[in-house]
Design a protein around this ligand. Structure first.
Ligand SMILES: *Cc1c(COP(=O)(O)O)cnc(C)c1O
Length: 373
């Protein structure tokens, strides 16, 4: 069986160091707000290229806390609007609605799967306060048009960098491109913990101070509470694991790019549309894509998935139901996003990981090339 993502194998490739640090955290007797967390925050902000990094409990909390901080700072109020791609994982929207803000959906570009910046301005109102830029499937979504729009309408740019750890846009990492960014270290992400973990990066010191307090019961000084905060922290164990894995992230992403390149050059089937190849020409230059997912499109997606499954190749659909069609967002169910809906009907994610053997990659290609609906 070719696994979609061999997480066990990935973590095994970091042994024996992973088990050693886990043991040393256990032996230390110190599990929260300690040295591993502050070291990880330092290393991660250096990696991303921001002045601030705050470890939090998960990626959703990272985004929730950014918006909550802006509310505490008076930048946003209940009922304000945040532009977000219609084609995203639902967490991007949950962070917005959880804060009493309104998600305003914008269609993606069908080739990149990322937000279509030419469709944003028509959805801006006096209540619009932010653009949530999601670097979906690992591809940078930032561009000059987004910067221009944000400037013109004085919008905050919040990056959802959950899927794009390590990607670049014009010599800068995603996660350093806007006003603040949320990161996820969910085990299956490019930089994965062994449980839930997340972080916020920003160059805004005031935002960082507010957010750190909000994530810690609304308190900066023990037992003194300035906000009705939450408890959303990264723990020492996850931080220690992430420090080890961060050191190999660029190498791992490069391996992902090599596999993606092989797929792109070798999959030839008129029933399959391959993802946009940007920054792929020269593997030594800075790259916009870290291939969290390798997503193809096919009008016979379901039969393609069955066929691969029968041939012991595991694939997944990211995602089967668009956020605006979920029961959780009944208020959005009547809206129409035909490109998003088409994407959700046609996408299929192929196996891809930094430890995937070449023989498996070749086998996937061979079966895809033999597929006819
Ligand atoms: C994974 C993910 C999140 C949420 O991260 P968690 O750590 O699972 O809470 C948010 N946005 C996107 C696009 C994601 O893929």
């Amino acid at each position: 069986m070719i696994k979609f993502l061999d997480i066990q194998g990935i973590n095994a490739s970091f042994e024996p160091r992973l088990s050693q640090v886990v043991k040393s955290v256990i032996d230390s007797g110190w599990y929260l707000l300690g040295e591993e967390v502050s070291q990880f925050e330092m290393e991660y902000k250096k990696y991303i290229g921001t002045s601030e990094c705050i470890g939090v409990a998960n990626g959703l909390d990272a985004l929730r806390l950014i918006l909550r901080s802006y509310k505490e700072l008076g930048v946003m109020q209940d009922g304000d609007e945040v532009i977000v791609p219609a084609n995203t994982y639902i967490a991007s929207l949950l962070a917005i609605s959880d804060n009493g803000l309104k998600p305003i959906l914008v269609e993606p570009n069908i080739n990149t799967f990322n937000i279509d910046s030419s469709k944003i301005e028509e959805r801006i109102t006096p209540k619009t306060k932010a653009l949530m830029v999601v670097h979906l499937y690992g591809l940078n979504a930032m561009n000059d048009e987004l910067t221009r729009i944000a400037k013109k309408y004085k919008l905050k740019i919040i990056e959802d960098n959950a899927q794009a750890a390590g990607a670049y846009y014009k010599n800068n990492r995603t996660g350093s491109l806007g006003d603040a960014a949320g990161h996820s270290f969910y085990p299956g992400k490019n930089l994965g913990a062994i449980g839930d973990a997340g972080a916020v990066t920003t160059n805004d010191e005031e935002l960082a101070i507010t957010l750190r307090s909000l994530a810690n019961y609304g308190s900066r000084e023990k037992y003194v509470n300035e906000y009705k905060g939450l408890n959303s922290r990264i723990d020492e164990l996850q931080a220690a694991v992430l420090r080890i894995k961060l050191a190999r992230l660029d190498e791992d992403n490069q391996r992902r790019r090599e596999i993606a390149n092989y797929y792109i050059e070798n999959i030839h089937n008129k029933n399959i549309v391959l993802p946009e190849v940007r920054g792929q020409k020269n593997l030594t230059v800075l790259e916009e894509h870290v291939w969290h997912l390798f997503v193809i499109r096919s009008q016979s997606r379901d039969s393609l998935q069955n066929y691969l499954n029968k041939n012991n190749i595991q694939t997944l659909v990211h995602y089967p139901i668009a956020p605006h069609l979920q029961n959780a967002y009944k208020e959005l169910n009547q809206q129409n996003y035909p490109i998003t809906e088409k994407i959700h009907k046609e996408v299929l994610s192929l196996p891809l990981s930094p430890i995937m053997p070449k023989t498996e990659v070749k086998k996937v290609v061979a079966f895809l090339n033999k597929f006819n609906m």
